[in-house]
Design a protein around this ligand. Structure first.
Ligand code: PMP
Length: 288
């Protein structure tokens, strides 16, 4: 597997970065997880926009234009001859010294990894719990910034693992349920699709945006409003969305069974629609 690292493609065993890189020392960096389906990089422009917004927020000056960054992703797929892949694009503050002052870092470190990954969207549902670890408030470390610091999610995942379930849902500092460790949350109640709004502590998921768009196209009412535990426990349907997960139904939350452990009608419809558009809404890697 060939990895893009700071302007060159190198073999995996040669893809090494300094122990003085602030991405490693302080989690000082940003990233995107992206998918390609049958040679089309899904929502690539939107991922690159979010990456540059994260960079702007953290004052990381990316030395490539957005167009050049899109080419980095496309080239990484081409040199590895991949069509269905999971792509990890990472920018760190760069190599500095042991102090955390960002001014000590030279230029950002940029790497891009692509691994084969077949499309998902199976029918199975998952079990989740809500955990005692809270999502970081927007004025502490805004989850809208997709930073390399995922400790908040890691702590939540440890609790889910300990409880023997698939995923953890986090509450915000007010007690509203905001998101999973690496995914956004949707419920369906009386035919209305509901998801937490972006002013709460969430990452504005690209898949979240796609699902909202698809639902509206289907004439389904979509409401972005804060959700309580009660809203989730009494939901007609419950599912998560994310680049890696795609759309996954939740069959059980904190011991409450949702929709008799069946995939709900609206979830099913959205999964079908997503399957149709995932090879269309994106940028082609290869010429026809
Ligand atoms: N929330 C968090 C915390 C995430 O890490 C992710 C995955 N990037 C998501 C939501 C879903 O975002 P997306 O649909 O853009 O993958």
């Amino acid at each position: 597997m060939k990895i893009y690292l700071n302007g060159k493609f190198v073999e995996e065993e040669d893809a090494k970065i300094s122990v003085f890189d602030h991405g490693l020392l302080y989690g000082d960096g940003i990233f995107e997880g992206i998918r390609s389906y049958d040679g089309v990089v899904f929502m690539l422009k939107e991922h690159i926009d979010r990456l540059y917004d994260s960079a702007k927020s953290l004052c990381i000056d990316i030395p490539l234009t957005k167009e050049e960054m899109i080419d980095v992703v496309l080239e990484t797929l081409r040199v590895n001859n991949l069509k269905d892949a999971y792509i990890r694009l990472v920018i760190t503050r760069g190599v500095g010294d042991l102090g955390l002052d960002p001014r000590k870092c030279g230029k950002p470190t940029i790497f891009c990894i692509a691994i084969p990954m077949p499309p998902l969207l199976g029918e199975e549902g998952i079990r989740v719990i809500t955990v005692s670890v809270r999502r970081l408030p927007v004025d502490v470390l805004n989850p809208a910034v997709k930073s390399l610091n995922y400790l908040n999610s890691v702590l939540a995942k440890i609790q889910a693992n300990y409880a023997g379930v698939n995923e953890a849902f986090l509450l915000d500092d007010k007690g509203f349920v905001v998101e999973g460790t690496g995914d956004n949350i949707f419920i369906v109640k009386n035919g209305v699709l509901k998801t937490p709004p972006v002013y709460q502590s969430i990452l504005k998921g690209i898949t979240r945006d796609v699902v909202i768009k698809l639902a509206k196209e289907e004439g389904i009412e979509v409401v972005e409003e804060p959700l309580t535990l009660h809203d989730l426990y009494t939901a007609d349907e419950l599912f998560i969305t994310g680049t890696a997960a795609e759309i996954v139904p939740v069959f059980e939350i904190d011991g409450r069974v949702i929709n008799n452990k069946q995939v709900g009608e609206i979830t099913k419809k959205l999964k079908e629609k997503f399957k149709e558009i995932r090879t269309k809404w994106g940028i082609k890697v290869y010429d026809e």
